[in-house]
Design a binder for this molecule. Structure first.
Ligand SMILES: [Fe+2]
Length: 619
């Protein structure tokens, strides 16, 4: 039996030390960088002047009270959320006395904080972990600002943020980044270092901001590991978020740009659905309701969200709309909180009865056509689904952005499952037996990743019907979750490659989380094969690199640049850790995809176009 032919974004218990393949099992793994393009990367470290100012400020006010830095988020035309948390001992509950603390804040038009245009005071409360959320109101639209906090006589560093253009501002372009999946154990954040050096209007984070599991048995480097076991309580989650926020590159990105965040599963528990935990047994029921409430509470403490989107009771209304003038409506979705349970026992699933024969081979339930096609299934829940439809009907923006978690486009992974299953058969297996298994696998028409929209065919069809009927202006879907980079034409009918494109989807790769294993190359090979074999809707795929996306948008064109941590030399490097992002890993442009506005007009025949690619799909 071959366990789990292909496993994606499934972080189980901490890995045992794999001393047979990796030398020095007890010692942290260190990668030797064979190729160090010092000359080529020197420019990356030359920070722009304004950033230099912020960094200097961070050093000057390196006060332990504000060790977690500052952040801002959810800009409106005249307001923006400012955030900090008082935590001089961030990894041990925060270290504050059990008493409220007065916190003052200032917004200025200059990084030196000389020209203060708004200021105020608020109270940091022990029950919120001394987190501070301020909505700074009355700001001019479409403008940049600087802000800082003061508490107990200490200043925070200065952060930079902006308001969005108003409805009547003449706005012709925007530039922003998308990010997801930043497992602290799996790598460093050179992606955030690179992001902080860009000129961006904002950052969209589509989930897996933290991972909930315990430490890795064999860390990739000294100190790059979770420092506590799997998290359940409010205190656990607070310390876990603090560990991530202590990363200097992540902190810098937050200080430089407003973030628009939504969550996926790991902010609570891997692959949870609504109120159903991943694991059966005592983790379910009341225990999970409690766990989810704790996780949501700390998420709303930690993220720069508006009051309406923070926790009130057991439910959190995270879905919301932001408007970047008339250029874009940003519909932020939540595909976790209200979804029905995954079909096919939440692994991989198939609608083809032939998959029954393969179940003993892959040791997994595959066939579940009634589950995958269940018309009563939901991904968004009724209320959010109606809200999204209404938004799309009413939108007058040039672009309609759906910022959400799991891949919306179809990915039939049958060929990937076949190849990885064959690769895992015992080497001594007689060729006839191997051929028999191959024959069984070749008969299967479809296998899907059922945690993504592929496991929720009826809800996807409902959304596609809205896109086909309403034809909202230029819908673009931004996703993450799968730790690899994709560009997908969302076709009205995936079985018909000539059907209309209803929306474009850009899936950003993980900031640091592994694609299947620390060495993503084996998974990249089999997924590439499956894309070429069965998925003509996929314009671009690359599973080799961690990184993020930059979206350049104007009134006529959308351009997504896939930034990748790692070089082509890294791909050829035999070191199994060659593609793990380390602090000094260079970040380069891996691919550029474009689409022209008006692409979803009926019969347009438009498709995503690859303008540049270091590694074309067919290689
Ligand atoms: Fe993830």
């Amino acid at each position: 039996m071959v366990k789990k032919a292909l496993r994606l974004d499934r972080h189980g218990p901490p890995e045992p030390a794999r001393s047979s393949t990796w030398p020095g099992a007890a010692a942290p793994l260190r990668r030797r960088r064979f190729v160090q393009g010092v000359g080529a990367t020197a420019g990356l470290f030359a920070a722009p002047a304004i950033l230099g100012g912020l960094r200097a400020d961070a050093a000057a006010f390196n006060d332990p009270l504000f060790a977690l830095g500052v952040a801002s988020g959810d800009p409106g035309a005249h307001s923006v959320v400012l955030w900090t948390r008082l935590a001089p001992d961030p990894l041990n509950g925060g270290g504050m006395a059990d008493a409220p603390v007065l916190v003052r804040w200032q917004v200025a038009t200059d990084p030196g904080m000389a020209k203060v245009i708004r200021s105020g005071a608020t109270i940091a409360l022990p029950r919120n972990g001394h987190a501070v959320h301020v909505v700074a109101w009355g700001l001019p639209s479409d403008s940049w600002f600087y802000y800082r906090f003061k508490a107990l006589g200490e200043f925070s560093r200065v952060g930079r943020t902006r308001t969005f253009p108003g409805r009547h501002d003449a706005v012709t372009q925007m530039r922003f980044a998308t990010a997801s999946c930043q497992d602290f154990r799996d790598g460093f954040y050179p992606a955030y270092r690179d992001m902080a050096e860009q000129e961006l209007d904002f950052v969209v984070h589509v989930g897996d901001y933290i991972y909930e599991n315990g430490p890795r048995g064999n860390p990739i480097a000294e100190g790059r590991n979770h420092v506590s076991e799997e998290v359940f309580t409010v205190e656990d989650y607070r310390d876990r978020y603090a560990l991530y926020r202590l990363d200097a590159n992540l902190q810098e990105a937050h200080a430089r740009f407003p973030f628009i965040v939504t969550w996926d599963d790991h902010e609570v528990d891997n692959n949870y659905a609504g109120l159903i935990a991943e694991e059966d047994g005592p983790a379910q029921g009341e225990a999970f309701v409690e766990r989810r409430r704790n996780a949501y509470r700390v998420y709303s403490e930690t993220m720069p969200l508006r009051p309406a989107n923070r926790q009130h009771g057991p439910v959190m209304r995270l879905f919301r709309r932001l408007r970047f003038g008339r250029l874009a409506d940003i519909h932020v979705l939540d595909t976790r909180q209200f979804r029905s349970d995954q079909p096919a026992e939440d692994g991989f699933g198939s609608t083809d009865p032939d998959s029954l024969l393969a179940e003993p081979i892959v040791d997994e339930t595959l066939f579940d056509d009634t589950g995958i096609l269940d018309p009563s299934a939901t991904m968004l829940g009724n209320q959010q689904e109606r809200w999204l439809t209404r938004n799309l009907v009413r939108s007058r923006a040039t672009w309609n952005i759906l910022a959400q978690q799991v891949m919306l486009g179809q990915w039939n992974l049958t060929e990937a499952a076949r190849l990885s299953t064959l690769a895992q058969l015992p080497p001594g297996m007689p060729p006839e037996q191997r051929e028999e298994i191959d024959k069984i696998l070749r008969r299967i028409d479809d296998i899907f990743n059922v945690d993504a929209w592929d496991g929720y065919m009826a809800p996807r069809r409902r959304l596609f019907n809205v896109l086909a009927r309403v034809r909202p202006s230029n819908p673009v879907v931004l996703s993450g979750d799968i730790h690899s980079a994709w560009g997908i034409n969302l076709l009205d009918d995936f079985a018909n490659p000539n059907s209309d494109i209803l929306a474009a989807e850009f899936v950003c790769t993980a900031i640091s989380a592994t694609f299947e294993s620390l060495d993503p190359r084996p998974a990249d090979v089999v997924v590439r094969a499956s894309v070429l074999a069965d998925n003509p809707q996929v314009e671009f795929f690359n599973g080799l690199f961690r990184g993020y996306c930059i979206c350049d948008v104007d009134q006529t064109r959308w351009r997504t640049t896939y930034r990748a941590a790692g070089t082509l030399a890294d791909v050829l490097n035999p070191d199994p850790l060659a593609l793990v992002p380390f602090e000094d890993t260079p970040v380069e442009t891996d691919s550029v995809l474009e689409i022209e506005a008006g692409f979803n007009a009926p019969g347009s025949g438009a498709r995503l176009e690859t303008k540049f690619s270091r590694i074309p799909l067919g290689v």
